[in-house]
Design a protein around this ligand. Structure first.
Ligand SMILES: Nc1ncnc2c1ncn2[C@@H]1O[C@H](COP(=O)(O)OP(=O)(O)OP(=O)(O)O)[C@@H](O)[C@H]1O
Ligand SMILES: [Mg+2]
Length: 352
């Protein structure tokens, strides 16, 4: 059966929606897409009025983007949930269940009855074609836990917007689905999403997530520091950030001199993440970095990251696994649509 699914990315700066048609055979196809600014100061609110405001903006987005389906896959913000790749010897059934329960208690700093947990087997630890099933191999599981209050709030908002949630994921799972290079000859890739309020990253080896991390410093902090240090209004600071970014030779180097120390906090955290992964997997070094998120458009960011991390860096293409009809071809490949839609496309690509 063909199915049309909305991938909805509820970001702190903008909401993005992508409608994907899943045909019985062949590539998933883009049907519609669009984005709208996030309403101020309401996204995290528990008040019903504020939730109505969020729902109203989502409805407006659906109308403007001319989407037809009401079945939606959305993601919780990485910073509000707990995501972790865990490993143990291959287990099944009740044994696996018990091991996971134990991991939840160990890693999740909330009482068990206040979170909703789910997991995804990344690698089952067996090697096809070997008699002993690949002795010594470990199984790898992606464990995600979301506070129930958050789950309930999202269900309420989506209901108010007239949507039927099919699944909730994390932003990292979404972006990894649209951006992971597939195939055994693909180099180990670090995917970095530079958003407005968070920098999310994951390391992918042969299409499988190996490591995830969320950093609380991102694009909005860069505008804030320009405003604070150089005395500009927020709007003006945002414009300077977008115009000059990390470029040394612009405006006498004023903008870069104030945002560099903040951007270096992000770079430092990325380096720590790479080292932490590398300690587990010394034989699989990160060979490539792909960038996504609105702040991936910051002038000079690709070169700056490549020089700081010492690896090849490029802007990611989230539309690569999607059939794009001719009327959208030019539009989707504009830089802002390349960088903004990775999470939404990945959510829309989920097979239900
Ligand atoms: N041309 C540009 N140069 C630099 N930064 C930009 C540019 N365009 C947008 N941004 C920044 O990108 C960010 C918005 O990106 P994005 O839409 O990915 O965020 P979001 O998904 O809503 O946020 P989050 O995922 O952190 O909740 C903002 O901080 C904005 O200032
Ligand atoms: Mg985002």
């Amino acid at each position: 059966m063909t199915q049309q699914i909305l991938g909805l990315d509820i970001g702190s700066y903008s909401f993005k929606v992508v409608e994907i048609l899943h045909p019985r055979e062949g590539k998933p196809e883009l049907v519609a897409f669009g984005s709208v600014d996030t309403p101020l100061n309401v996204l995290q609110s528990e008040a019903e009025d504020d939730q109505e405001k969020v729902a109203k903006i989502i409805k407006m987005l659906l109308k403007e983007a001319k989407v037809r389906s009401r079945k939606v896959v959305t993601a919780f913000p990485e910073a509000k949930i707990f995501t972790r790749v865990i490993e143990f010897p291959p287990l099944k059934g009740q044994d696996l269940h018990n091991a996971l329960e134990w991991e939840v208690e160990r890693f999740i700093p909330l009482p068990k009855d206040e979170v909703k947990t789910s997991w995804m087997v990344l690698e089952d630890g067996t090697v096809p074609g070997t008699q002993d099933g690949g002795k010594g191999k470990r199984m790898k599981i992606l464990l995600v836990a979301a506070p129930l209050t958050l789950v309930d709030r999202y269900i309420t908002i989506l209901g108010m917007a007239g949507l039927e949630p099919l699944a909730f994921e994390s932003e990292i799972i979404g972006m990894a689905r649209s951006l992971s290079p597939q195939g055994s000859d693909c180099p180990v890739t670090l995917i970095i999403s530079l958003g407005a309020s968070a920098t999310d990253l994951c390391i992918v080896d042969q299409g499988i997530i190996q490591f995830t991390r969320s950093i609380g410093t991102s694009g909005s902090d860069l505008a804030k520091v320009i405003s604070r240090e150089l005395g500009f209004e927020q709007d003006q600071a945002e414009e300077y950030k977008r115009a000059y970014g990390l470029l040394e030779d612009k405006l006498g180097g004023k903008v870069v001199s104030v945002i560099k120390p903040v951007f270096d906090i992000i770079v430092n955290e990325i380096e720590k993440a790479i080292l932490s992964y590398q300690a587990q997997k010394p034989m699989h070094p990160v060979k490539r970095v792909v960038l996504t998120g609105g702040t991936a458009r910051l002038p000079g960011v690709v070169v700056y990251l490549a020089e700081s991390l010492g690896v090849e860096v490029q802007i990611a293409d989230p539309w690569i696994d999607v059939k794009v009809p001719p009327q959208f071809e030019e539009d989707v490949h504009r830089l802002e649509n390349q960088t903004h839609f990775a999470v939404a496309v990945g959510l829309g690509l989920k097979r239900i």
